[in-house]
Design a protein around this ligand. Structure first.
Ligand code: 13P
Length: 249
């Protein structure tokens, strides 16, 4: 049994309807990819993106969801709504949500549970700040975030973890392969379903560094921000997936 590599794009607050030709553009790389490909556009584009992505075997996901199924939460979107619009996945606990909206590990847990209940796979993001890494706290911070935000998973439920060091997001800096390998290994040890749970790396993944990151045994894919906005860059990252059929441990 192997974990299938997942290359996920997070468009963040970028993209208008006239950019949805993206899916046809990346189709040649997706067709040859030894990976699943997911794009998380802004919610306004989700339904159209799902329709245009599906013929090319690309799935779409949300960037956040509310913990409740419905109700008086102006401006929020539930996991069931995302699923209704065609999402298979939803990112929860992205560091930008944690920082901009004060989301705690408990909030992230509630969102992940809501996603699972709605039949949407949560991509739970964790990662330390620069100050935390410099203070030697990276492993402890990520372990604490995981402990606080990992839902109990029933058989058949899938979740994905994304390790995104905050200082590497949008900065052009990436963690060293040694640091990524060590962190992914530590994360895997903490997972209830270590053999089957994908752990993605995110933080300035680009065409020129994707291959070495994706080659690491415990890196099961990438969560790509800026480079997922450019079809050529995103295709290059998809093509960088080596045929990974890592033995499970
Ligand atoms: P960048 O790839 O732009 O650094 O963003 C990473 C990220 O935050 C993906 O969720």
């Amino acid at each position: 049994m192997t974990r299938r590599t997942l290359i996920a794009g997070n468009w963040k607050m970028n993209g208008l309807a006239d950019g949805l030709g993206f899916f046809a553009e990346i189709a040649p790389a997706v067709a040859k990819a030894d990976a699943d490909v997911l794009v998380c556009p802004p919610a306004t584009l989700l339904r159209d993106a799902a329709r245009l992505a599906a013929p090319h075997g690309v799935r779409v996901g949300g960037q956040d969801c509310h913990a409740a199924t419905s109700g008086a939460h102006t401006g929020d979107i539930s996991a069931a709504m995302l699923r209704d619009a065609g999402a298979s996945h939803v990112i929860v606990g992205h560091s930008e949500r944690r920082a901009d909206h004060g989301e705690s590990d408990g909030d992230v847990l509630a969102k992940a549970e809501a996603a699972l209940a709605a039949g949407v796979t949560p991509i739970i993001c964790v990662g330390e700040t620069r100050e935390e890494r410099e203070a030697g706290q990276a492993a402890a911070v990520v372990a604490r975030q995981l402990a606080g935000s990992l839902p109990v998973v029933s058989p058949g439920m899938e979740l994905v973890i994304a390790y995104e060091p905050v200082w590497a997001i949008g900065t052009g800096l990436t963690a060293s392969v040694e640091d990524v390998a060590a962190m992914h290994d530590a994360i895997r040890d903490q997972l209830p379903e270590p053999l089957t749970t994908c752990i993605l790396y995110g933080g300035s993944v680009k065409p020129d560094n994707a291959a070495e990151l994706l080659a690491l045994a415990d890196v099961d894919g990438a969560l790509v921000g800026g480079a997922s906005l450019n079809p050529l860059d995103f295709m290059a990252i998809i093509k960088a997936v080596s045929r990974k059929s890592e033995p499970l441990r």
